[in-house]
Design a protein around this ligand. Structure first.
Ligand code: SF4
Ligand code: SF4
Length: 337
């Protein structure tokens, strides 16, 4: 693998760091990117979380907990929330909400989580969740989070989810709830390929990739530059920046922030980036992440991209300018799943 082409000063910003505590989950969704055997195992490694929180750069103001299902282990979750708070960061979470079916316990747990610093609550809800909360269960949970004072959003996958989101978010007590359709599209999710074609978007979506702005630490300490649903295939590629077992997170984040390659993937997307450096490769029927990983694993292509970046000052300037334009016009959503 060619080395990252590193800028003298950081290009990307990293205000949000996602942290997957464990892959364990109590759901069995149709579109889940986690293989079943991984989803059944609790791979939590406390030393990874402690190391990440102890070496967070000032730039990271928000830690977004994800998984798996973070609420499955309440004691652990509360411990991590109190540590995030002790390090002066805001905590966000993305959850399937199934734990709220035992409402008395759930209400108490949510209140404690809020007191320990949980401020951003994202409920993952769509037609592909198995099981999914009913409308009434989702409303009950979201109302409680709103009443506690959390910033609340609904997220999910696929256009069929819109009706469910509309039913839930139209409740009079939930006018402040944001709905974030399409942040993850079904096309980027491995097993989602078996779902009906009308849920998928075409290759035109390959011309940028905002997911590069959501780096993620895996339960084993690996720092990935994006929270792609194909992340298990990304090991050893440019997206695999390193591990907190070997380097502190601030150094890994610094490398991520200075990488022209990662910034190029963000502003041009996997297809646009190749075209921009003069390499022709057709996406055919590939999903965006499938196409992206396809060439990121190709040593020859990566070397050509890195070589071109090494000599093309205009290209570097364009990447920096596009990132700056983004910074002035858009914002990063905190949660990924
Ligand atoms: S998609 Fe999320 S809620 Fe569903 S099984 Fe996977 S990790 Fe669990
Ligand atoms: S397109 Fe590439 S950079 Fe973007 S989320 Fe997928 S694998 Fe990551």
């Amino acid at each position: 693998m060619a080395d990252h082409v590193i800028a003298e000063i950081p290009i990307l910003r990293c205000r949000v760091l996602s942290l997957a505590l464990s892959w364990k989950c109590d759901a069995h969704c149709l579109h889940c990117f986690l293989p079943r055997r991984i989803r059944q195992r609790d791979a939590y490694e406390p030393e990874v979380v402690h190391s990440v929180l102890a070496h967070l750069p000032d730039e990271v103001s928000l830690v977004s907990l994800t998984g798996g299902e973070p609420f499955l282990e309440p004691k652990r979750l509360l411990d991590v929330l109190s540590r995030i708070d002790a390090h002066g960061r805001i905590a966000a979470i993305v959850t399937n909400g199934l734990w709220s079916r035992d409402w008395q316990k759930a209400r108490k747990l949510l209140g404690t989580a809020f007191r320990l610093g949980l401020r951003i609550f994202s409920l993952s809800l769509d037609e592909y969740h198995r099981p999914a909360l009913s409308d009434q269960e989702a409303i009950r949970l979201l109302r409680e989070a709103v009443q506690l004072g959390m910033e609340v959003s609904l997220k999910g996958t696929g256009r069929f989810a819109r009706k469910k989101w509309a039913r839930v978010s139209s409740h009079p007590d939930l006018s402040s709830v944001r709905v974030r359709p399409g942040w993850e599209n079904l096309e980027t999710i491995g097993t989602g390929r078996g779902l009906p074609a009308d849920h998928q978007r075409g290759p035109s979506t390959m011309r940028d990739c905002g997911t590069v702005l959501l780096p993620l630490v895996l339960p084993d300490g690996r720092f990935m530059a994006c929270c792609s649903t194909l992340m298990f295939q990304a090991k050893g590629t440019w997206l695999d920046v390193g591990t907190v077992r070997e380097e502190p997170i601030d150094r890994l984040i610094d490398r991520y922030r200075r990488s022209f390659l990662l910034a190029g993937l963000f502003v041009f997307g996997p297809l646009g980036f190749l075209r921009r450096v003069g390499i022709s490769r057709r996406p055919d029927q590939e999903t965006k992440c499938g196409f992206c990983l396809g060439w990121l694993k190709d040593q020859e292509i990566c070397r050509k991209v890195a070589d071109r970046l090494g000599v093309d000052m205009a290209l570097k300037k364009e990447i920096v300018a596009r990132v700056m334009l983004f910074e002035h016009t858009r914002s990063v959503e905190p949660c990924c799943e």
